[in-house]
Write a protein that binds this ligand. Sequence first.
Ligand SMILES: [Zn+2]
Length: 477
Amino acid sequence: MSLLIRNALVYDGSGAAPMKADVAVEGGAIVGVGPDLPVRADEVRDAGGLALAPGFIDVHTHDDAVALEADGLHPKLSQGVTTVVTGNCGISLAPSPMAGREAPPPPLDLIGEAAAYRFPRFVDFLDALRAFTPGCNVVPLVGHHVLRARAMADLARPAADHEIEAMRADLAEALAAGAAGLSTGLAYPPARHATTDEIAALAADVAAAGRIWTTHMRDERLGVVSSVAETLDVARRSGVRTLISHHKCCGEAAFGLSATTLAMIETARKTMPIDLDLYPYTASSTVLIETFARDSRKVTVSWSDPHPEMAGRDLAEICAEWGVDQNEAIGRLRPGGAIYHQMDDGDLERILAYPPTLVGSDGLPRDKRPHPRLWGAFPRVLGHYARDKGVISLQTAIAKMTGQTAKTLHLADRGRIAPGCKADLVLFDPAAIHDAADYDHPVRPAEGIAGVWVNGVLAWAEGAPTDAPRAGQVLAA
Ligand SMILES: [Zn+2]
């Protein structure tokens, strides 16, 4: 099956200015790029001058479980995403942490309930993904929370040496199976008591395997500066390639600290491979945690197992209705999740404009009332932040979702429109693209996306999935 897309404005993913060109695809790969290609193809499509970019790489997802569902990656395909990095923030579906437990300890319940954690080893998860064929390509990380929960019954303490050895054995299995790297989430209860030494020991194994460490840092509020210092310390000691996840400064007291953190990162980058990503919203979302709610202007409940009727409700209203304080309400609503309005657009724009920063969604696909980033993150950067606000150029925005991301993840044949690269492509209207999902209507597909190809297969077109078979691949390291 060959495809020729004619008359496109090609953004090749390198950050270079676009050029009018045709793109020829054969056997799932790009075989030619240039003006007026003299190529015959089974299918010819006139792009009508629309923008053609490499399929977006969502560098920060929690799509582990939904990658195994037929329509689970539709929120991503609808935005032009063709590759998702799973297993972030310490949370991965494998290897299973369920021995001796009835429920996955929060935040592992963000991606699935007990039954979802059914893979004894990391390789079993990858085998299941391959057998299923996901809707997008998957770059799988293994999460520190599950390693820790397998090694320790009581997570509220530092790990002993033999427990770190047990984590290292599981990590070795995951890396051998093809995990792209290790993620940690030191802000979360299962890892809060993990020492810097514990993380450095694991990071050294990741470095030895040539893989990447992604970190949801210990503190993204007033302590964000010391968290960056800890991150750089681990990177220096282990030599690991490091990706700081969803960089942000939460709570009014921390507004503006990104000037300091980016300066630290910039200095460190002179001697170490440090990158970072962000999602383009001033509200975060995760499980219900008292300290996260405390620093927020507004908190919206996104899901609650004991009180499902409260999804979408304002936490302050719930407190008033129940006549209880915030902590008591959170206790009653848990297990549950929330959206925390707690960032400043000035920090967001500064971080987005910083050249090394990549774009991710951090979408939570299981939430009843999800944060709109699940359906809108990429079009929001292209429309709101690049075209409308001019924070970065369109070609820079695209590079932060494609070529730059592929480079950081060591994906040699993704993220570029060039001969030899896989035909992950998105065709969109630069004048019309925008995120339609917002906090009031969080599951609306973005507008302006004309077509999305995964490995040469048209997977999404004109606002809906096609009936082509799923074409995603597991991009094991
Ligand atoms: Zn996170």
